[in-house]
Every structure is written in C-alpha cells, then in structure tokens.
Design a binder for this molecule. Structure first.
Ligand code: ZN
Length: 180
C-alpha cells in the first residue's frame, strides 16, 4: 500500500489517496508517460523525473507514497507547475500514450483516481511550498556519476519517457514482470 497525502493543515479538505502497490505502479506509469509527452521546459521535465523515481521495481514495493509538499515545487513558478501537473493529469484521463503500457488500465479507476489527485493538486497552496525539498533533491553530490536528474534529460529510446537515476520506468516494469 502507498499513500499520497496533503500537508497536515489541509488534510481535512480531502482524503489521502491510498492505493495498492500494483495500482500505484499504474498511477506512476500513466502519469509519467503523459507528462513525458507534455513536458517542454526543464522544470516540467524535473517534475516528471521526480515522479519517475517512484519506481517500485527498483526501490521496493509500498515505499513510494509521498506528501504533495514533497514534490519539487518552488515559489517562483508555482502557478505554472500547478497548471502543468493538472495538464498531465488530464492527459492521463484522456489516455495519452497508453499504447506504451502492457496492460490497458481500468478506465473508471483512472478517472476516479486522477480526478482525486487533481483536486489534491488544486487545493495545494503556495504557502506550503518548501523550496529546500527541491534544492536537496536536485543538487548533485560532488563527483556523482549518476545525478538524481540525469544530465541533458535523456529519454528511453523505446518508450520516450524521461529517465530517472533508476533508468526507464517502463523498461524496469517490463523486466520486473519476468520475475513474477
Ligand atoms: Zn524504456
């Protein structure tokens, strides 16, 4: 089980999003393939790479939940990034790039789940942004050959999704399926 939650002062506005590990993989994969198609600026690509790191095939099942405030927000472009996330969410609901997935997700589940997530993003307020999270996440350690944000924002040649420091989310998922 993984949970996506709001900052505590906003908790009473909306339920957290709780998902099984399997559903979480579908959630992240559909969001990353949609966002990889839509992202144009470096900051937009960073948001997608941040999400692509929530790769249960690499870091383990049930450990990829997050709080909305942990996303790589900064004050400077808060409205723009909020709009970008909402556009990616609409992309998922409109099945953007679903041909890249092995299994067709349940349409109704996708709609319900992403409408819920979209409301969470809409309700999230700039005053809860802590740019320290972004700085800590994005600043490479000295001499690190595998920075958190791969240099030049490479995409998977096969799946056209942005690579995280763990590689391609879809390739990793396909490999993981062989172990089942
Ligand atoms: Zn791939």
């Amino acid at each position: 089980m993984n949970q996506i939650s709001m900052p505590s002062p906003l908790e009473e506005l909306i339920e957290p999003l709780r998902m099984t590990n399997q559903s979480t993989s579908v959630f992240i994969e559909t969001l990353v393939i949609s966002g990889s198609k839509i992202a144009a600026t470096d900051r937009e690509k960073e948001f997608i790479i941040w999400l692509a790191q929530k790769d249960q095939n690499v870091i383990g099942r049930g450990v990829v939940g997050f709080n909305i405030e942990e996303m790589p927000w900064i004050e400077d472009d808060f409205p723009e990034m909020k709009s970008f996330m909402l556009e990616c969410i609409r992309g998922v609901i409109n099945k953007l790039q679903w041909e890249l997935l092995n299994d067709e997700p349940n349409e109704q589940w996708i709609k319900d789940t992403f409408e819920h997530f979209g409301t969470m993003i809409e309700l999230f307020e700039e005053k809860f942004v802590n740019a320290e999270n972004y700085i800590e996440w994005s600043t490479p350690d000295e001499g690190d050959d595998h920075p958190t944000i791969p240099r030049g924002y490479p995409k998977c040649a096969e799946h056209s999704v942005y690579l995280s420091c763990f590689g391609c989310l879809i390739c990793n998922s396909n490999k993981g399926m062989n172990f089942k």
